[in-house]
Design a protein around this ligand. Structure first.
Ligand code: 2NL
Length: 358
């Protein structure tokens, strides 16, 4: 029994001396593990006579329980000390700047599109859309393009493979077919805006094979060029956010309008900076005219009954002018740095009262 007391004292001393949890575990295994000293002593019970075994067994169990309790006490103390040390060592630096939350940006084309729609929406125009793939009638014939017109050449227009009936569809070269479809499908008065993608077989510094435009069409019994001028004046001033923008109409030619005009606005290029509405230079920004009688007839309308105006504007062009984007081709490079630079805040919807762009 003296052996047992010595054993207890030695094990308890070793437990108290264990400097960390790993050392404590070693001590536990040395005492209570399969080959431990206490375990060996318990095994010796088998060789004793029943009387001695009962007394020795009880004592051994008490010693074992005491050792287990001592280990648990030491373990709790070591764990607490370890936690305390970690808390002392580790620091949260509350002065670190927060990680920026990256949010997307609205492409300048989308922004300009929304601005234009907001302006013409205010003037009572409905947005009309149509297919990018058109047939020859809607893209050319109804618009008074003569049979041999250069725009009908492979050289200028993307043609799709020939169909079973021998016809070839095209990627629309303007959004005018949307207006043709509207005239064929609904009776005047008509007041629509047709924004969309358009395609021409052209690729250099100032042309991309796909680009955007918006066209407007207003048809009624007495709609005239005065309405056209007032409408475009309103648009230009709203879009460039300038109170007064002098304009001039230059005679021009389009197959689908008569008379036709190109519209220039006053600008200044002093100091390499473009300013709209002031100065003594002119800047061409769009084409327009009175809808040609042949177009009205092709769309089932009587030129003696209805008349009106139409106009077409390049979206990239007016976006470049307003937002100082120097190179057209960068619009379609999908360069994220470009988009972060020229892009607009998401969910910042342009309205006339709230401001078009911030
Ligand atoms: C330009 C010129 C223009 C039109 C487009 C049009 C449409 C129909 C009938 C008559 Cl359905 N005209 N559209 C008219 C004049 C000019 O665009 O330079 N666009 C960038």
């Amino acid at each position: 029994m003296e052996d047992l007391e010595t054993l207890r004292a030695e094990v308890v001393a070793a437990i108290a001396a264990a400097p960390d949890l790993a050392a404590l575990e070693e001590t536990r295994v040395a005492a209570l593990g399969k080959k431990g000293r206490v375990t060996a002593l318990m095994k010796s019970l088998g060789g004793m006579d029943p009387e001695t075994r009962k007394a020795a067994g009880q004592q051994m169990n008490r010693v074992k329980d005491a050792i287990v309790q001592t280990i648990e006490g030491r373990r709790a103390a070591l764990e607490a000390a370890e936690l305390e040390a970690r808390l002392g060592r580790e620091r949260v630096d509350v002065t670190l700047p927060a990680r920026p939350a990256r949010s997307g940006a609205v492409h300048p084309i989308s922004q300009t599109w929304d601005e234009v729609v907001a302006i013409f929406g205010q003037m009572g125009f409905a947005v009309a859309e149509g297919p990018d793939i058109e047939d020859d009638f809607h893209n050319f014939t109804a618009l008074n393009f003569p049979p041999g017109h250069p725009a009908r050449e492979m050289h200028d227009t993307f043609f799709l493979p020939e169909r079973a009936d021998g016809t070839r569809h095209v990627l629309r070269t303007h959004t005018s077919p949307v207006q043709v479809r509207t005239m064929l499908n609904q009776a005047p008065p008509i007041r629509i805006l047709a924004p969309g993608r358009t395609y021409r077989s052209d690729s250099d510094m100032t042309h991309t094979p796909m680009f955007h435009q918006f066209e407007g069409l207003v048809l009624d019994q007495t709609t005239h060029m005065g309405h056209l001028k007032g409408c475009l004046q309103e648009f230009v001033q709203a879009y460039f956010e300038v109170d007064d923008v002098p304009m001039r109409f230059r005679p021009s030619f389009f197959p689908f309008t008569e008379p036709s005009a190109e519209v220039d606005i006053r600008c200044s290029r002093k100091g390499g900076e473009l300013r709209i509405g002031v100065g003594d230079d002119w800047l061409e920004i769009l084409g327009c005219g009175m809808v040609h009688p042949n177009v009205l007839r092709a769309c089932g309308l009587d030129p003696e009954e209805v008349q009106g105006f139409a106009f077409g504007v390049g979206l990239e062009r007016i976006a470049m002018l307003k937002y100082g984007i120097p190179d057209l081709r960068t619009f379609f490079d999908s360069d994220l740095r470009w988009l972060r630079h020229y892009g607009f805040a998401a969910l910042d919807v342009p309205t006339l009262h709230g401001g078009l762009a911030r």
